[in-house]
Design a binder for this molecule. Structure first.
Ligand code: FE2
Length: 261
C-alpha cells in the first residue's frame, strides 16, 4: 500500500527539453514513458528552488475541466462517505492513502492553516469524524493536516512557522472546520499529482488514519495520478465537491476504523 516513490521535483530545464510546453506535460511526458525527474527528494527543504517547474494554476478543478457547477449558495455537498447518509446503508472506514515525505510533527493547534496574506483561493473544509459504526461522532478526535502552497511547494516547519500545517480537534459533536487555500499541484517524475490535502486522524480506541483529500473534476486523479498505484486518488469517499462561491467550501466526513488487535 505504501507508495515507494517519494515526491521528487522536476527541473524546468529537463522538462522543457523532454516535453516542450507545459500544456503538453500531462499527456506527452507519460505517453513517452520518460522519467524527466532526477530521483527522489527527501524533504520539504528541497523544494521551492528557482529550477522547479511552475505548477499548474491553483486548483479549481471544476472550472478547469468544465465539470458541472457545484452548489452555489447552500452548504458544501457531502463527500461520498460510506456512513449513515450513504446509499445502500453500508458502513466502511475512510480509505487510507500514502503519507508522503513531507509530514512534520509538531504543527500548532489552530484551525487557520493559511494566514490572510497566503496566496491562493480561500478554502474551508469541514466535516464530522465518526467512529467505526459510521454513526457515532467522535469528540476530541485529533486531525493533523498539511498541504502544499499555491505553487505546489511544501514548507519546512522550522523555516516557516508550520506554514500550511495545523492540528485541530473535533468538538463535542465530532465536527471540525479548517480554513486554508486551495493547494497547488506539484510534479513527480512522470507528471503532476492532483491537488490534495494530507490528513492524519486519530482518537482513542480506533485506528490511526493517514489519508489524502482530493477534489472533484481534477484531471490528474487516478489513473492519471503520477504517484501511480501507491496513491489512491480514485477513492470516491475522499474526492470532495466544491462550492463555487468564495470562499470555496468542501465537506469531508471521516470514518475511523476499529482498533486492530
Ligand atoms: Fe503531498
Amino acid at each position: 500500500m505504501m507508495c515507494t516513490r517519494m515526491e521528487p521535483r522536476i527541473t524546468r530545464r529537463v522538462l522543457l527539453a523532454l516535453c516542450g510546453p507545459l500544456a503538453a506535460l500531462a499527456s506527452s511526458c507519460r505517453d513517452r514513458g520518460g522519467r524527466a525527474g532526477g530521483g527522489e527528494t527527501g524533504g520539504a527543504a528541497d523544494l521551492g528552488g528557482d529550477e522547479t517547474l511552475p505548477p499548474e494554476p491553483p486548483a479549481s478543478p471544476a472550472a478547469e475541466t468544465g465539470a458541472p457547477a457545484m452548489n452555489d449558495a447552500g452548504p458544501a455537498p457531502r463527500n461520498n462517505v460510506t456512513g449513515p447518509d450513504a446509499a445502500g446503508g453500508t458502513c466502511a472506514p475512510t480509505t487510507p492513502d500514502v503519507i508522503g515525505p513531507f509530514y512534520e510533527a509538531g504543527a500548532p493547534a489552530r484551525t487557520l492553516l493559511a494566514a490572510a496574506d497566503e496566496p491562493g483561493e480561500r478554502l474551508v473544509v469541514a466535516g464530522v469524524v465518526y467512529g467505526p459504526d459510521c454513526e457515532s461522532p467522535l469528540a476530541d478526535a485529533l486531525l493533523d493536516v498539511w498541504q502544499a502552497d499555491v505553487d505546489g511547494n511544501y514548507h519546512a516547519a522550522g523555516e516557516t512557522d508550520y506554514r500550511l500545517r495545523a492540528t485541530l480537534r473535533t468538538d463535542a459533536s465530532g465536527r471540525y472546520e479548517l480554513e486554508t487555500i486551495m493547494p497547488g499541484r506539484y510534479e513527480l517524475a512522470d507528471g503532476p499529482r492532483p491537488a490534495h490535502i494530507h490528513f492524519q486522524v486519530s482518537a482513542p480506541g480506533v485506528s490511526l488514519l493517514t489519508t489524502q483529500l482530493y477534489f472533484e473534476g481534477d484531471p490528474f486523479l487516478a489513473p492519471n495520478d503520477s504517484c501511480g498505484a501507491g496513491c489512491n486518488s480514485d477513492e470516491p469517499d475522499r474526492i470532495v465537491a466544491l462550492t463555487q462561491a468564495q470562499p470555496r467550501r468542501a465537506t469531508f466526513d471521516i470514518t475511523l476504523a476499529a482498533a486492530s488487535g
